[in-house]
Design a protein around this ligand. Structure first.
Ligand code: FPP
Length: 257
């Protein structure tokens, strides 16, 4: 019996799973989910249909990550730049976390997954804020995996809010300038306490970082795939993890013997 037998892997997925050294798999995977609009356009469907399908992909990938024993999965659900989209699309996108949590909170509980939010959630509609706060409470003691939704998140705003809080505490005499080192700084970011992502996946063939976790991905491996997010399946996740392992991570040092 292989560990994946209960997950219905097809032959290709089994092959990938057997080729991956799981003890060296990334503990934190962060995903820029791109291409929903183009997926819909290809099918003559409205853009929101692409986002709807995108939520289904999120469901599948959360489950897959849990089964693969990923420790943290971060998804970029809404960026601080997404406010520039037409009003109706912004409204639709901001309702997705609410809808998702309404439908999937039980599944997070059943799978021992803890929800976390990165970003300024105060700007979300009241309904979404309530659903989030309820889900944070209900999943607080889960320890199987952390599902981190980046909502109204931007990497630069994240760094700026950290700097501002640190400056405030320094001015109040609560901390000394010498305290401010990298680890200390990271604890003021919205990802405080999480390991840095080792693998960043971006779908849809765009080759950009788009203000996602700028500080946190300093040493991450970047994986780009032409697949549109609604088409991204467990098989593609396994491909990304496999590819990650073919890279030699040196962190600026030299190859280990
Ligand atoms: C970019 O695609 C993607 C987003 C703006 C995020 C979309 C949100 C989801 C996939 C769902 C989030 C899920 C939860 C559970 C909250 P795009 O619209 O820019 O695609 P395009 O570049 O092809 O137009």
């Amino acid at each position: 019996m292989a560990w994946y037998d209960k997950y219905n892997f097809n032959a290709y997925e089994k092959d990938l799973a057997d080729s991956i050294q799981w003890e060296k798999a990334p503990a934190h995977i962060a995903i820029i989910m791109d291409g929903n609009g183009r997926w819909a356009a290809q099918r003559d469907l409205p853009r929101i249909e692409g986002h709807r399908q995108g939520v289904d992909t999120v469901r599948d990938i959360v489950k897959a990550c849990r089964h693969l024993e990923v420790e943290v999965l971060t998804i970029y659900a809404f960026s601080t730049e997404n406010w520039k989209r037409p009003k109706w699309e912004v409204k639709f996108l901001l309702e997705l976390p609410y809808k998702y949590l309404q439908e999937d909170l039980q599944s997070l509980l059943d799978n021992n997954i803890k929800l976390r939010i990165s970003g300024e959630a105060e700007a979300l509609p009241a309904k979404a804020r309530e659903a989030i706060s309820n889900a944070l409470d209900r999943t607080a003691n889960n320890n199987g995996m952390i599902f981190n939704m980046a909502i109204n998140y931007g990497g630069r705003p994240d760094i700026v809010q950290a700097a501002r809080r640190i400056a405030f505490e320094a001015r109040e005499g609560q901390i000394k300038l010498e305290d401010i080192e990298e680890k200390f700084f990271a604890n003021y970011l919205q990802t405080a306490g999480l390991p840095d992502p080792e693998l960043v996946i971006r779908t849809s063939g765009e080759l950009r970082v788009s203000n996602f976790l700028l500080w946190q991905i300093a040493y991450a491996e970047l994986y780009f795939t032409p697949v549109y997010w609604p088409d991204f399946k467990r098989m593609h996740l396994l491909e990304a993890i496999y590819d990650y392992q073919t890279r030699r991570r040196r962190y600026g040092g030299l190859e280990e013997e």
